[in-house]
Design a protein around this ligand. Sequence first.
Ligand SMILES: CCCCC/C=C\CCCC/C=C/C(=O)SCCNC(=O)CCNC(=O)[C@H](O)C(C)(C)COP(=O)(O)OP(=O)(O)OC[C@H]1O[C@@H](n2cnc3c(N)ncnc32)[C@H](O)[C@@H]1OP(=O)(O)O
Length: 281
Amino acid sequence: MASSILRRFIPRKTTWMYGQRMMSSTIDVSVDEQTGIALMKMKRKPVNSLNLEFLQDIRNTIVTLEQNKKCKGLILTSDVPKIFSAGIDILEMYQPNEERLHNFWRALQDMWLQLYMTPLATIAAINGHSPAGGCLISISCDYRIMAPNYTIGLNETLLGIVAPFWFKDAMCNTVGYRETEIALALGKLYSTDEALQKGLVDEVVTSEQIMEAAQRKMLEYVKIPNMARAMSKQLMRQETADKLCSTQDSDVQNFVNFCLQDKVQQSLGFYLEQLKKRKSK
Ligand SMILES: CCCCC/C=C\CCCC/C=C/C(=O)SCCNC(=O)CCNC(=O)[C@H](O)C(C)(C)COP(=O)(O)OP(=O)(O)OC[C@H]1O[C@@H](n2cnc3c(N)ncnc32)[C@H](O)[C@@H]1OP(=O)(O)O
């Protein structure tokens, strides 16, 4: 069902398949062919930050699972303790190589389109912090379950950067216009409880219970006739995806021009320094 536009780019082949298991250096995937449920664990240490190759691996994995006739649903989670994903790898944006910067943004767009529009049912089991790009991955799933005492949100403005329109659209589709307007301006990172209250996540369970809860909810999704479920998702999401599909090239150029500004580079450098300082305290 993902439109042909989504399939224009052939992903890098870095994921290996052994029977019902797929592995790459950053992702571990297993498929239960009895239930039709796949489990994808992100494991790019130390914080699952999204660099070019990791984004290609995530997309590649989704494409491969879509081609597996037995697979109907995908649970996304993290293998890194206490962190779901720290979002974009800031080092991709800081003092970048321009050609790689282009490719990086394109890979982010393509991963997002694949995940957002996949006919697979998707559940994010958010078992750690999930800022910015981590939040984007979460809100692109059909359902979100989060463990307590973590944070999630689009905090881009705190880095001196701006969430692109398609992050904003995905957020608006989840929590509504006004909440998104406040969240983006303040770079708001919601606690698990606030996220539940605002509808940014759908359910809160303990870290110990999160995989069981995700499996249980996924069984509900995969019980629904596949085509009807997938088409209802398309009905809700196609317009949002098309907005990016029709402007992918200009969106890459806007991003690159934005990133290369001195002011933006200074802000990113400052933010990276703060991250390191916080660690040494
Ligand atoms: C008008 C046109 C507009 C066009 C678009 C323009 C702009 C583009 C916007 C792009 C959208 C951006 C999306 C993003 O995702 S930006 C990234 C946002 N992420 C964050 O702010 C998270 C930062 N990290 C943290 O808050 C924490 O690290 C943590 C995730 C809560 C984990 O904390 P903790 O367990 O204490 O780990 P450390 O802080 O010690 O981190 C370990 C090492 O990892 C490095 N690190 C952390 N996050 C990142 C990251 N996102 N990228 C790269 N590196 C990261 C950290 O510095 C430590 O490194 P070290 O061991 O070498 O010191």
